[in-house]
Design a protein around this ligand. Structure first.
Ligand SMILES: [Fe+2]
Ligand SMILES: [Fe+2]
Length: 159
């Protein structure tokens, strides 16, 4: 039980860190940020976004793995079927988030290469940012839904 609570607390803390990373990415690709990214400025901002995405994805990978193993064990020990099902359903989104992040990293790398050779298409660039925006929104709502369940599980365990 002590262990389960420690798992829950760690996940809630990690969600806060994920939220901060997501906010940083959202800032860089906001309407205002996109002008800097896609305008006639050098590629530094695009490179910064790419690095931020890579480090976020690395952190997410560790987080998802820990969540899938540690949390499932805690939830199963507690044995609430509704909560277990709710967590399992949310974990199905991990694969999509992994793929979408990898796709954005691939697209941005291509964009950066094309930008350096002066061939970047504005439409393609905007589409890439729009897709990333959808992924970031999905990540934020994923973490928020999990937080809600984590608080429920924590309250139940502390009873
Ligand atoms: Fe998750
Ligand atoms: Fe999570």
């Amino acid at each position: 039980m002590q262990n389960s609570l420690a798992v829950i607390d760690r996940l809630i803390r990690e969600h806060e860190a994920i939220r901060q990373k997501a906010a940083g990415i959202a800032d860089l690709i906001s309407d205002e940020g996109a002008v800097k990214l896609l305008g006639e400025i050098d590629a530094a901002n695009l490179g910064r976004l790419l690095e931020l995405l890579k480090s976020t994805m690395k952190g997410l990978e560790t987080h998802f793995n820990f969540e899938e193993s540690g949390l499932m064990a805690a939830a199963e020990r507690f044995g609430d079927r509704r909560l277990n099902t709710a967590f399992s359903t949310l974990f199905l989104q991990h694969e999509k988030l992994r793929n979408d992040f990898a796709g954005s990293i691939r697209d941005l790398t291509q964009l950066l290469n094309e930008r350096q050779s002066g061939r970047v298409g504005q439409k393609q660039a905007r589409d890439t940012l729009a897709r990333l925006n959808v992924t970031i929104s999905m990540l934020k709502s994923h973490a928020a839904s999990e937080d809600k369940l984590l608080h429920e599980l924590k309250a139940a365990l502390e009873k």
